[in-house]
Write a protein that binds this ligand. Structure first.
Ligand SMILES: *Cc1c(COP(=O)(O)O)cnc(C)c1O
Length: 624
């Protein structure tokens, strides 16, 4: 927070408070925590974890990818995909054991075709929302057809309210339609649900046994009438700091198009936040912000990256002072009131605000976690060994619950690696990788850093040669992941050509190898060999590969992947004084899911102990 231009704070205690308030209404029903759209901008993983601890039996996401991300992060609870899925998403759904919502027969049949085993689904019925789902008049027939599909099990039937927050009559009509449909069904699914969070408070449907809780749990009133019924505390706040102080004389205008003109002497502050940070353009000249615990009006148009706030009334105000733009301490800056200023949606402002900001999660008054700026970008697409990944995920999952079981599974995974005789196991030991960024001296490469990398590891030599490969895009790079004779791969920026990648040195056991470059299909393949290597095949040798290339400044992230079983990892990213803030996001499988991260001036280092195994695919993303 010290270093941030703006940040969001997610108060998990308030979240727990809201759930406790809501639970008074849903009573003995089960609840599904809705975490779609990154939990309405609050961070799906932390919210999911918290909700599951507080008794949620399901999580609700918008699409397969959101569900897959939660699985990747180690969430094992049932996850319902609320929107209709596309056929192309079926493999992801199955692979990640997500529960799809079925809204058409065509999708149901297609899904059934892909399945080998029994698979749970929920069926969506449109009782008047007028959006996805089988229309309530025709749903009974469709549901009986779905039942005939041999692999699908209808675990739930649900509907969705259109206006549970403020239209009791229409809500009642939807409830009736849903009830009558359920009467007609030959099945009684485990879960019957229709209430969103407003519905859970206002409708309290007796025949439903699951509620789907979103907005209200985030502490936002969907309608003013709910204030009398329960006390909600906003979970999210959005904060920034004053970046400059200025004064205006009568007649001076502030911001684009001169929509605000000072009529008297004024003192105002520039905030490093604009609509690109999700601070809505429509708040221009309308919103207020809290500076040093006082409400201050926003002046002029909100720009993309900046805005101005009137601080004339404040006596002591300084550059660096904290400013609250959305939060809890004043009613005026609650999401309900900010959006009222322009007729906007609270759901929308939560999703958009703090888009460029780091998120801090607070619990019991302490910051327990944070998520990086580019949080949506860092999931590797390469999960080549799916089955293994599943085993590893199970191991991680269990590790959370029982260390003993986790250790057993961990040992078991290793045993599988080594005792399966059909499998020629390649593993690396003592993996040390250093990536060093330096300014690029040539004028043509202003937009790049010079990137020097050195990779060292021990491994049994397979052939009397190996390759270092460099590809211009991910698809082309992919082929080199499949090849066992490639020991180093580099993804080149699209605007560079392969001349901008070179080997400085390549050695085995300290012996310099000869290397010859050739071009193939837009890729650079460098063959490394030496007549003496033939004698070393089958023995463990020490590889050392040093390269030199350029890396785009605009990328803001650099990933290092571990695609082989590896024992002992030490990855260093050295950026001297050319980068300010760098963060390491490790995505490790194995017992060391949380490697040691060490930071010092100009360097960040991610390390696991020399005897500790790391499973593929693991990696670390350095975000700068
Ligand atoms: C988003 C969503 C919810 C949650 O609604 P809130 O109003 O945020 O409580 C519930 N059900 C479905 C199907 C949804 O898409």
């Amino acid at each position: 927070m010290q270093k941030d231009r703006s940040w969001t704070e997610i108060d998990l205690d308030n979240f727990a408070h809201n759930l406790a308030e809501l639970k008074r209404f849903w009573g003995r029903k089960d609840f599904m925590q809705i975490v779609k759209a990154d939990a309405y901008g609050h961070g799906a993983y932390q919210i999911a974890k918290q909700a599951l601890e507080l008794g949620a039996v399901y999580l609700g996401v918008a699409n397969a990818e959101e569900g897959a991300l939660l699985r990747f992060q180690g969430i094992s609870s049932p996850i319902l995909i609320l929107s209709p899925s596309l056929k192309s998403e079926i493999p992801i759904i199955i692979e990640n054991n997500l529960t799809p919502t079925v809204s058409s027969l065509e999708f149901a049949r297609e899904l059934n075709k892909h399945l080998e085993n029994e698979f749970p689904i929920h069926v969506n019925v449109d009782t008047g929302m007028g959006r996805s789902g089988f229309s309530y008049q025709a749903a009974a027939k469709s549901i009986s057809q779905i039942q005939k599909l041999d692999k699908l099990t209808i675990k739930g039937v649900f509907s969705h309210y259109s206006a549970a927050e403020n239209d009791a009559e229409y809500t009642h009509q939807q409830t009736e339609r849903f009830f009558q449909l359920l009467e007609k069904l030959e099945i009684s699914p485990q879960y019957v649900h229709i209430e969103n969070s407003s519905g859970a408070v206002n409708a309290q449907v007796g025949f439903a046994n699951l509620v789907r809780i979103g907005l209200l749990s985030y502490g936002i009133y969907s309608d003013a009438s709910l204030r009398d019924k329960l006390e909600l505390k906003p979970v999210m706040s959005f904060k920034t700091k004053i970046s400059q102080l200025k004064t205006a004389q009568p007649g001076d205008s502030i911001g684009y198009n001169r929509t605000f003109t000072a009529s008297q002497y004024m003192k105002y502050a520039i905030l490093p936040v604009g609509y690109a940070d999700g601070y809505d353009f429509m708040l221009s000249n309308q919103a207020v912000a809290v500076v040093n615990n006082q409400l201050c009006p926003i002046l002029g148009k909100i720009s993309m990256d900046m805005s101005a706030v009137d601080v004339s009334q404040l006596e002591n105000v300084d550059v660096g002072d904290e400013v609250v733009l959305l939060g809890n301490n004043f009613a005026e800056i609650r999401a309900e009131n900010l959006t009222k200023l322009y007729g906007g949606s609270t759901y929308e402002i939560l999703c958009q605000i703090g888009r460029r900001a780091k998120r801090y999660f607070r619990k019991n008054g302490k910051i327990i976690a944070s998520s990086p700026y580019l949080r949506r970008d860092f999931v590797p697409t390469d999960f080549s060994d799916k089955k293994l990944t599943n085993i590893i995920e199970t191991a991680i999952e269990h590790r959370l619950q029982s260390k003993e079981i986790a250790n057993l599974i961990y040992e078991d995974v290793l045993k599988r690696f080594f005792s399966d005789r059909d499998r020629n196991i390649h593993y690396r030991r003592n993996f040390r990788h250093t990536i060093e960024f330096a300014p690029a001296s040539q004028p043509d490469f202003q937009d790049y850093f010079l990137a020097k990398t050195t990779l060292n590891f021990s491994k049994i030599l397979q052939h009397d040669y190996f390759y270092v490969a460099c590809a211009p895009d991910e698809d082309k790079l992919e082929q080199y992941f499949q090849r066992t004779d490639v020991e180093y791969r580099w993804l080149l920026d699209t605007n560079l050509n392969t001349n901008q990648f070179a080997i400085d040195s390549v050695q085995i056991n300290g012996m310099e190898l000869k290397h010859t470059a050739s071009h193939k299909n837009g890729c650079l393949e460098i063959r490394c060999q030496h007549e003496k290597l033939a004698e070393l095949v089958g023995q463990e040798v020490e590889f050392s590969i040093s390269t030199r290339t350029y890396y785009p400044k605009s990328s803001h992230q650099l990933s290092v992947y571990l695609i082989e079983l590896t024992q002992g990892v030490d990855i260093r990213f050295i950026f001297a004084n050319i980068l300010k803030e760098v963060e390491a996001v490790p995505i490790f499988s194995g017992r060391s899911k949380f490697p040691q991260i060490m930071e010092k001036e100009g360097e960040i280092r991610v390390k696991v102990q020399a005897d500790e195994w790391v499973f593929p695919t693991s990696g670390v993303v350095f975000v700068y």
